[in-house]
Design a protein around this ligand. Structure first.
Ligand code: UTP
Length: 304
């Protein structure tokens, strides 16, 4: 079974990023000059997936406009002879075949995935969260696809987090290693209390799922936060499917662009790495940090 399609859930309300997300999708917030969801689609395309379904909802029109052609803008850039920007703008609408479906109410990530069934059909598919950005040098999605193709079981990406942070994630309970760097799950738990968490391995926003997930989602009622959780459907597969579920521990760079701190870290790191704006920005950062250090020194030793 080949993985040809990707689903990008982008219908969440983004309440962690209010007020910015009151009237604009959090997936459209730029990291330097590119919306986070464009990084995500470029990642899918780089892994060879060009059929992309974005799950949208109320107030998400800007996402559709972004990936559509902009005839007026292209005409203006053509008239000005600005070939570079023209290429930049055309690339956005040409790079993939993007489809849309509405999730009528934000009933949870599991529910968002279930509305993709009609488009995906009886095929395996990738899920990439629209606000989770993986560094473009990483091969995570290709590795998940290869793992799926080798074992035929759903596979999720996971990352080690501080134990105190695990309560914000789905948490993997690993059983054994099916091959180096790939774990079979014994269980998966949504947002466990740190003292009860079976590991520090947090599920992040990349999955390759067997279509049996749709039956599992149908069998899954509302869970944490009264939302239909993808974690609960995966748990159902761990305990009821002979294929089981695999976890791929990832050690590269990932940003949760829907979280303010991670958003700032992403902006600084991505800007610092750019050839055009990077050198001046890094020079500014050095001066800025040196000033902070001087001010702290002038205040004397920190009191605790
Ligand atoms: P989050 O867990 O970040 O939830 O969703 P959220 O509701 O968007 O944001 P906060 O927590 O209120 O700030 C992860 C991804 O799943 C999508 C979101 O758009 C995001 O890309 N999602 C979430 C849906 O598509 N539908 C939902 O019902 C929930």
């Amino acid at each position: 079974m080949k993985v040809r399609k990707a689903v990008i859930p982008a219908a969440g309300l983004g309440t962690r990023f209010l007020p910015a997300t009151k009237a604009q999708p959090k997936e459209m917030l730029p990291l330097v000059d590119k919306p986070s969801i464009q990084y995500v689609i470029e990642e899918a395309v780089a892994a060879g997936i060009e059929d992309i379904l974005i799950v949208t909802g109320r107030g998400k029109q800007a996402i559709e406009d972004h990936f559509d052609r902009s005839v007026e803008l292209e005409q203006l850039l053509t008239d000005k002879g600005d070939e570079d920007k023209l290429e930049l703008v055309r690339h956005i609408s040409d790079m993939a075949q993007v489809h849309y479906i509405r999730q009528k109410a934000p009933l949870g990530l599991g529910h968002a995935v279930s509305v993709a069934e009609q488009h995906v059909g009886d095929e395996p598919f990738a899920v990439l969260l629209g606000d989770d950005v993986i560094d473009e040098g990483e091969k995570l999605l290709s590795e998940l696809v290869t793992s799926f193709e080798r074992h035929g079981a759903s596979v999720v990406a996971a990352m080690e987090v501080e134990r105190s942070q695990i309560k914000a994630y789905g948490c993997v309970d690993p059983a054994d290693e099916v091959e180096p760097g790939l774990l079979r799950m014994a269980d998966i738990v949504e947002k466990p209390a740190p003292e009860e968490a079976p590991s520090n391995l947090a599920v992040i926003g990349r999955y390759v799922l067997h279509p049996e997930i749709f039956d599992a989602l149908r069998a899954t009622g509302p869970g944490a936060g009264n939302e239909i959780q993808i974690t609960d459907a995966l748990k159902h597969l761990v305990h009821n499917s002979e294929r089981g579920v695999l976890a791929y521990p990832f050690t590269g760079t990932r940003y949760d662009a829907g979280d303010k701190n991670d958003y700032l870290r992403a902006t600084v790191e991505l800007a610092a790495r750019r050839d055009d704006i990077g050198p001046a920005f890094v020079a500014f950062l050095r001066r800025f940090v040196a000033d902070l250090d001087r001010q702290a020194e002038a205040r004397g030793p920190a009191r605790h």
